[in-house]
Design a protein. Sequence first.
Length: 435
Amino acid sequence: MAKKQIIIVGGGFGGLKVAQTLEKLAGVRDDIEVTLVSRDNFLLFTPFLTETLGGMLDEGDVVSPLRAFLKKTRFVMGEVTTIDIKAKTVTYKRPLNDEMETLQADHLILSLGSTSSFFGQTEIEKLAFTLKSLDDASLLRNHLMAALEQANEEADTTARQALLTVAVVGAGYTGVEAAGAMRDLMKHASRAYPNIRPDEIRVILIDMAEKILPSIDPALANYALRQLQKRGIEIRLGQKIECASECAITLSKGEVIPTRSLLWSAGVMPSPLTKTLECAKDKRGAILVEPTMAIKDLPGVWAMGDCASIPNLLEEGRPYTGTAQNAEREAKRLARNVLAILRGQEPKPFLFRSLGEFIVLGDHVAVAQIKWFKFSGFLAWFLWRTVYLVKIPHWGRKARVVTGWTMDLLFGRASVEAETPRVLRSHFMERRGEG
Ligand SMILES: Cc1cc2nc3c(=O)[nH]c(=O)nc-3n(C[C@H](O)[C@H](O)[C@H](O)COP(=O)(O)OP(=O)(O)OC[C@H]3O[C@@H](n4cnc5c(N)ncnc54)[C@H](O)[C@@H]3O)c2cc1C
């Protein structure tokens, strides 16, 4: 009898956990074959991405090879270009050439993640950095180091200001953490530059909303705001970018900020591949699924994580937010549901209440909301490090992270520009379609 083919697309927090749960629950079954297809052969531990941006951890510290997690699952590295959800086929491009391969699934699980959304503002998209991937973090850190190098030799006042000012758009957790990390990196690194005074470095956090960190308790958000301001991070609320050029941005209230470093963290949208799928989606483009994570009227097709809109029955059907915490829990339920269908049983809805969240503000300060408990300051930062150190997979990786943190404490941050400015320029030329 032919084996049932379960194909998972996307090797992030969700996709990997589905594969691991299937291995655990169906370990002795030899009538199913599980395949995980993903463009990268590693899991990126996103909660530590701002640590990489801030130079506290190296790129290698925050990724783990997917193959190390998988014992029975077949892993296929490739860029998925086409998904036919009616036929349940997945077509991917092999890593080193343009050859295409197609896989046929009995159960197709989509966990494609998300990407930055610029809401159609193409000029900003061409100029801004984002922080979703490892490449994003390295590129931005290298750019900041190149900006310091250039500022050290720059005589023109406006040009200097633009080089030494970082603007972050979006005061959700990524924007807040990134602003703190970049402020710390630039201040520490600037000590090596004789012509740069630390007080010349500006980090400005901008948001259209009237408050920062809308997802957490208002008292903690206020504490975070005060801490950021105390550490010299300038805040502009109730404002958006009106226009942007390579050397400046103009805000909606008319303020012109000279900057050559613009980080966009004001919006996310599901992976672009979801646009091509013939199924119902919400207004962000996320795949609408049943509470079981099955796509309606498409038996055997499932979606989860950041690319899906899953109604939360514990909160009047409002969709679950896109977090690794949710994606991992969704994955466990989804794996159980697939196995239930294969056994002729009913799938169950996904029900989960968030455990809380941590937001790191820099300089050993954080805020944390864990269930009903709230923490702030050094204690919250210490809890954050402890919890995520436990969560980061593999002992080897934990050891690397602890070593990275210790090196940072003893010898300061990694503040060399590891990529050449030529690589940076070619990145932007590519994004502007000039390459
Ligand atoms: C900077 C940052 C910090 C974060 N911090 C936290 C935190 O502290 N706590 C928390 O809970 N969450 C955090 N998150 C959110 C968390 O990372 C996501 O919610 C989570 O990764 C979603 O899991 P997923 O499986 O849906 O998507 P992802 O983990 O993004 O995985 C999607 C996978 O699909 C692959 N893929 C996409 N398209 C294709 C294609 N065409 N072909 C092949 N492969 C493809 C991608 O390469 C990726 O491996 C953070 C996110 C960021 C960006």
